[in-house]
Design a protein around this ligand. Structure first.
Ligand code: SF4
Length: 313
């Protein structure tokens, strides 16, 4: 059975060498319940820990300005690889964590893939936690030769076989040569980034779920009618696109629409109530607009805005 290994023993060795006495723990929502397990494991190191209870969706959520306020000297960021490529002054330990597996898991998943995609050209992708599962599967598939496995590329901040909800560039050079992209991962957050590709999600019951194309509403008419528009800018280091927001604001001004830049850690419906806005243009994580049903206002991504602007003005 696949199990997420926090590799606490290895982490302990890393922390032992750290001068830092107090660490700020950043855990994704799905791992926050393991905070005490981590802290208890490190007990004999005589270090202190503070848990950030703010949401941590990706390695774009580095709370780099919080060290001083929490009297911590280093951040331990669980569940993701380094995302922000600029050099940060703070001491940040990225601790991705990987799924472990039994050989029987690999044999079973390989058989499922071979049964569904015999003689086809495929590639495998997933978030970083699946790195070693995917590596093992590729070995097995290449050994059996019942289909053609096509390598995807290491690209920028991505590792080979890795995708993020905002970056699938490892597939750029091969996507049009493939019959299927098989995705391994929990939930649909990263999977949804494979829109418009021949993508399938593997479920452990042996099924392959084809990606459901988002039929997002067409916002052309609402955009044309909108008089006052909020431009959302995230305070999260890896999502902050203030320059793009300024450019969007300029473009809106030139077409005689009022706009306001909305700045904050997170955006949700409650935060928008009473602001008198007709629409939101999102410059933060592109997956935000997947949740359009949760908003009482139309929410579009800035790239969609640029298309609308080009089309109508
Ligand atoms: S911007 Fe969104 S998809 Fe990209 S790393 Fe952050 S949370 Fe994940």
């Amino acid at each position: 059975m696949l199990q997420l290994d926090l590799q606490l023993n290895e982490l302990k060795k890393v922390l032992q060498k750290q001068k830092a006495k107090r660490f700020l723990l950043e855990l994704p929502e799905g791992l926050k319940h393991r905070a005490f397990e981590i802290i208890n494991y490190m007990k004999d190191l005589k270090k202190d820990f503070v848990l950030s209870i703010d949401t941590t969706f990706g390695a774009c959520d580095i709370y780099e300005t919080e060290l001083q306020k929490t009297n911590c000297q280093a951040i331990i960021h669980f569940g993701h690889t380094k995302f922000v490529l600029q050099k940060l002054k703070q001491n940040i330990i990225y601790w991705p964590c990987y799924y472990t597996f039994d050989n029987s898991d690999i044999i079973k998943i390989t058989k499922d893939i071979e049964k569904h995609f015999a003689k086809k050209k495929i590639t495998l992708v997933g978030p970083i936690q699946y790195k070693f599962v995917i590596k093992e599967l590729i070995k097995e598939l290449n050994k059996n030769k019942k289909l053609q496995y096509v390598e995807n590329n290491k690209q920028g901040r991505l590792e080979v076989n890795q995708i993020l909800g905002c970056d699938c560039s490892s597939l750029d050079k091969i996507a049009n040569k493939l019959n299927a992209i098989i995705y391994f991962g929990d939930g649909n957050f990263h999977f949804n980034a494979l829109q418009d590709l021949k993508a399938y999600k593997y479920n452990l019951n042996g099924n392959f779920e084809e990606i459901a194309q988002h039929k997002k509403p067409k916002y052309d008419a609402l955009f044309l009618e909108a008089k006052t528009i909020g431009i959302y800018v995230s305070s999260k280091l890896g999502q902050n696109k203030i320059k793009i927001a300024e450019d969007v604001a300029q473009k809106l001004k030139s077409i005689k629409k009022n706009s306001i830049i909305l700045y904050g850690n997170e955006i949700n419906n409650d935060k928008l109530i009473g602001l008198g806005l007709n629409m939101i243009i999102n410059t933060a994580c592109p997956r935000i607009t997947d949740d359009y049903r949760n908003y009482s206002l139309p929410v579009i991504d800035y790239k969609e805005f640029l298309e609308l602007h080009k089309k109508y003005y």
